[in-house]
Ligand binder design. Structure first.
Ligand code: GLU
Length: 420
């Protein structure tokens, strides 16, 4: 029996290899891109509230810095593995190149369930992690950001620890070491919603291509964290009807549409959207297979696989999460004409506004929300059209096209720098 490849590292190595072959690039390009340039593994000690000491494994994968400093999130999750972190760093290289921001790809993680720790423990753990990472990161070297189960508060602790350690103060010199910081501590307005805003911008462009619009479209969102929650809110603001949403505990459905902000408040207060009353309970599996116009998987990897891809009824899938669809599922979706806005394009709004934050930190001058959102809109629309045109020209799907656009950009810079 052929078993489906679920290892994200193997998946993205294959995706990059195919793009290198299709672009007819010299063998050296794949030789460099097939693994991270550097992989850091650290043991992170932390004093727990009860006085005991625990250690947690931490990783940072620095995939490629041809285009600029390594860039990408840090996730705190019990299932973090070296291969997952490496794969996510590959995707960051590709993602930054798709939207043409001058960054390379990085990603990191701690093997921990932060929901089981007190806030003080998460703070001590984050500071301890930064003490281990400090020799390898910095505004011009590698700049982490929020990811699964990390937020602006965690970024503030990381930035503060780095600035204290390096004596960079909190002027322009050290602040760009992480992005996604709180607004009053070097953050950018618009960063929290940026990933979701980018999802909605690219989804609108895709809808135009197939003669549809957001107005009145039905939407299902898997995952109600920072990405899924704001995607739901912004979709509703754009005139769509969000009929279903889910988190790790289960899902909710209401054919009249869910009040997305109220659901967000219930989630923030109680820890799960399943505590929202005025809806029918559904499972995550049911949500993915729901008959809606737009499906936004905004949770984790490998949610749409060969097992359920044939049952997907959505017209457009906008990948808020990284790696939610397996390659086998992609082929099945292509056969049934589902239009996929792939993760490396759809969710690139987050790193785009991270780039704006870093620029503002370096400048020491801050923009207003209108300026951030206008610049984000332009970058996302341009990137969508670059990828769409490539998909038409090369007769490939949007994901393959995004790889072609990105790998070409990285390869060109590696060539001009004399690496290949
Ligand atoms: N974690 C986000 C991503 O996967 C953001 C990365 C960043 O802003 O550096 O794109």
């Amino acid at each position: 029996m052929v078993t489906e490849e679920l290892n994200p590292l193997k998946i993205c190595q294959r995706q990059i290899k195919e793009a290198c072959e299709q672009l007819g690039l010299s063998a050296g390009v794949y030789e460099i891109l097939k693994q991270p340039q550097q992989f850091i593994e650290v043991s992170v000690p932390v004093k727990m509230d009860d006085g005991s000491v625990k250690t947690y494994l931490g990783y940072r994968s620095q995939h490629n810095n041809a285009l600029g400093p390594y860039k990408g999130g840090l996730r705190y999750h019990p299932d973090v593995t070296p291969d997952e972190v490496k794969a996510l760093s590959f995707w960051m290289t590709i993602k930054c190149a798709v939207v043409n921001v001058p960054y390379g790809g990085g990603k990191g993680g701690l093997v921990v369930d932060p929901r089981e720790l007190s806030d003080d423990e998460v703070e001590r753990l984050s500071r301890s992690f930064m003490r281990k990472l400090a020799p390898f990161v910095g505004p011009d070297i590698d700049s982490p950001a929020p990811d699964v189960f990390t937020n602006s508060q965690v970024m503030a602790w990381l930035a503060d620890e780095y600035c204290q350690l390096t004596g960079s103060g909190t002027g322009t010199s050290g602040m760009g070491v992480v992005t996604g910081k709180p607004i009053n501590f070097g953050g950018s307005v618009g960063r929290t919603e940026a990933t979701s805003r980018g999802c909605i911008v690219t989804t609108k462009e895709m809808l135009k291509k197939i003669g549809m619009s957001m107005e009145g479209a039905t939407v299902a969102v898997q995952g109600y964290g920072n990405v899924g929650g704001y995607a739901a809110i912004l979709a509703e603001e754009a005139g769509a009807k969000v009929v279903a949403a889910s988190d790790v505990y289960g899902g909710i459905y209401n054919s009249d549409g869910l009040p997305t902000k109220e659901v967000w408040e219930v989630t923030a207060e109680t820890g799960s959207l399943t505590n929202y009353d005025n809806a029918q309970s559904i499972t995550n599996e049911e949500l993915l297979e729901m008959d809606v116009d737009i499906l936004i998987p905004a949770a984790i990897e490998n949610q749409i696989t060969s097992a359920n891809a044939g049952n997907i009824k959505a017209t457009v899938i906008c990948e808020g999460a990284n790696g939610p669809t397996t390659p086998e599922a992609d082929e099945i979706l292509a056969q049934s004409d589902v239009a996929v806005v792939p993760d490396i394009l759809a969710n690139a709004g987050g790193v785009t506004v991270s780039y704006f934050e870093w620029v503002q930190n370096n400048y020491g001058y801050y923009w207003d929300e209108e300026e951030v959102n206008e610049r984000l809109q332009k970058i996302m629309v341009d990137a969508f059209h670059d990828v769409y045109e490539m998909s038409q020209k090369q007769k490939v799907n949007m994901r393959q096209a995004a790889y072609l656009v990105a790998v070409k950009r990285v390869a060109d810079v590696m060539e001009v720098r004399g690496w290949v």
